[in-house]
Design a protein. Structure first.
Length: 223
């Protein structure tokens, strides 16, 4: 698939989501941050909004589930119309079963890691996933500063993905902008979530294209 840009609507106008998503027509996905107020302190949107958006937008939805009990809820987001559901390994009871259930529902399964969570105990799970998500901020709120120390983890994840082969995507989420995306692309990421950088720009669509161009150049230089 190459480089993909996945704008997060967390920093968009939540009262006008359909129009906000229509402002980014060249995006590859739209990133939906689902927060339950328990796994993370913030509370955002859930199944009813995802189901409603699925009827109104053309872009596929990538749901990042920052919630407790993803074992129960992850496949329901695919059933509601999302094309991808990413759960946090810190909240999962049976990550292999979650991935199986999400895929059985017709979606792509992603596994996410907080900045402080090591990849090492979970390396054997990578081949069962469609995507690995490395958080470069603490999950819960948009607009945070990019954590440079997470670049090493991106490099590690890319090394493991390449070792297993296949077409597993490597996504990065948190503090991405024109000043940070190149570091992540050089480290091997190929899917990029950006929220405030896109929706605070005068022209969100133009920023999507600028981020894509920067990531493509950096990725090709080092991968």
């Amino acid at each position: 698939m190459g480089i993909q840009i996945t704008p997060s609507i967390l920093n968009a106008d939540l009262g006008n989501l359909v129009n906000e998503i229509q402002r980014i027509p060249s995006a590859d996905w739209v990133h939906i941050d689902v927060m339950d107020g328990h796994f993370v302190p913030n509370l955002t949107i859930g199944l009813p909004v995802v189901e409603s958006l699925a009827k109104s937008i053309a872009l596929p939805m990538d749901c990042h589930l920052m919630i407790e009990d993803p074992d129960r809820w992850a496949p329901t987001y695919i059933e509601a119309g999302a094309k991808s559901a990413t759960f946090h390994i810190e909240a999962a009871k049976n990550p292999l079963q979650i991935a199986k259930d999400v895929k059985s529902a017709g979606g792509r399964a992603g596994m996410a890691f907080k900045p402080g969570t090591s990849l090492i105990p979970y390396l054997d799970l990578i081949p069962a996933m469609d995507m690995i998500l490395i958080m470069t901020v603490e999950p819960g709120f948009g607009g945070q500063k990019f954590m440079d120390e997470c670049v090493v983890k991106i490099e590690q994840a890319r090394k493991e993905i390449n070792r297993y082969g296949g077409s597993i995507w490597l996504q990065v989420d948190g503090g991405l902008s024109l000043q940070t995306i190149d570091r992540c692309a050089k480290a091997g990421a190929d899917v990029f979530v950006a929220g405030s950088a896109i929706y605070s720009a005068p022209d969100p669509e133009q920023m999507v294209e600028a981020l894509r161009s920067s990531a493509i150049t950096a990725f090709r230089a080092n991968n």
